[in-house]
Ligand binder design. Sequence first.
Ligand code: NAD
Length: 420
Amino acid sequence: MPNEPTSINPFETAKRQVDIVADLLHLDEAMREMLKNPKRELSVNFPVRMDDGSYKVFHGFRVQYNMARGPSKGGIRYHPGVTLDEVRALAAWMTWKCAVVNLPYGGAKGGVICDPKKMSKGELERLTRRYASEILPIIGPEIDIPAPDVYTDSQTMAWIMDTYSMQKGYSVPGVVTGKPISLGGSQGRGEATGRGCAYVIREAAPHAGVRVKGGTVAVQGFGNAGSIAAKILYDEQGAQIVAASDSKGGIYKADGFNPHAVEAHKEKTGSVVGFPGAKSVSNEELLQLKVDVLVPAALENVITKKNADKIQAKIVAEAANGPTVPEADTTLFEKKITVLPDILANAGGVTVSYFEWAQDIQGFFWPLPDVNRRLEQVMVQSYSDVHKVAEERKIHNRTAAYVLAIQRVADAIRIRGIYP
Ligand code: NAD
């Protein structure tokens, strides 16, 4: 449900989602208030020396939404449009995402208002180190573990780890995830989101009347999450990838193409567009193709009230965060389209982040097959848990995922005696 038009305050949306589920679960007023408000928020202002010798003051946040189930986990975003309410909402959604896949984590998020595209690497390093030292008192492997998000990456995480470790006097790899493998990152983290999404599609297919082997798949957004989901569905499950797109446009081939070849074409030319033997389709047309599985893996708010009744896929697997607006959800449900909601379908990424943290703390690193096997176990179990709630309560998968997640957090609050 993290998917309202951007003009709507995302934190208001996040709170409304809690209210809807709280009604279903008959939660009382105090429990609702706990679930609707962040536990802790830190707002920081800090100076950074720019390359021309001047100093600029940046504003950043770290919000720890809920820690009843364990330390909080969530990315750090660098973007000019970051607001405290956006960070609060993203922290709430991380709480529910970690709970739906049953990781022993709460949720958090961080952000700095800046325009990373206009900053040099040196400026970004100085910004990151200063921001890290400002939030340092409230992060740590047992408290809150940041990760990359929009316009932050493994290099950003390496700088944060170093800043934290310098203060401690020894290396603390478990303070962040999404690190380079040479610094305690996990095998398989890079492809975990797409891989997790492919596992969930495989599990949902029999309930949706879809055979993945030989079935047709369209992927909007042939980036990290989308291209990897496509390759795994093709290589390991025998699906036909018939359409793919990126920001420059899309391609369609009725009898399918090899996603590895499309990837090579994109690497060479900068886009999937112009792939030999394929027809062009617009991003809007791609969403409306008659396929078995549609994987929106690009942007928010692409399935709306306007196009929901034209969606012909049997399964919509949300690799992206928030591709479907709530009004469209009802239409998809009425059309009996199986929606695999983002907090489930793209949770493979945070799951392998959890594995990375667990490996760092143990100082014992797992080979790739072990990582993938454990990821598969988590995704299979989580799909089954969500499906069960959806069937029992006769609700759609998205609401079921939120019911499961919020119930788990509320149970932790009660069992710990934080609130009876
Ligand atoms: P990415 O930048 O690697 O890929 C995004 C792709 O979308 C690119 O191919 C880009 O060209 C394409 N795109 C951009 N604008 C588009 C448009 N208007 N129409 C069609 N395609 C367009 O990013 P990513 O990491 O794959 O993330 C994609 C989505 O998945 C985001 O919503 C992200 O929040 C979500 N997600 C990613 C991860 C992860 O681990 N990578 C984890 C959880 C959620």
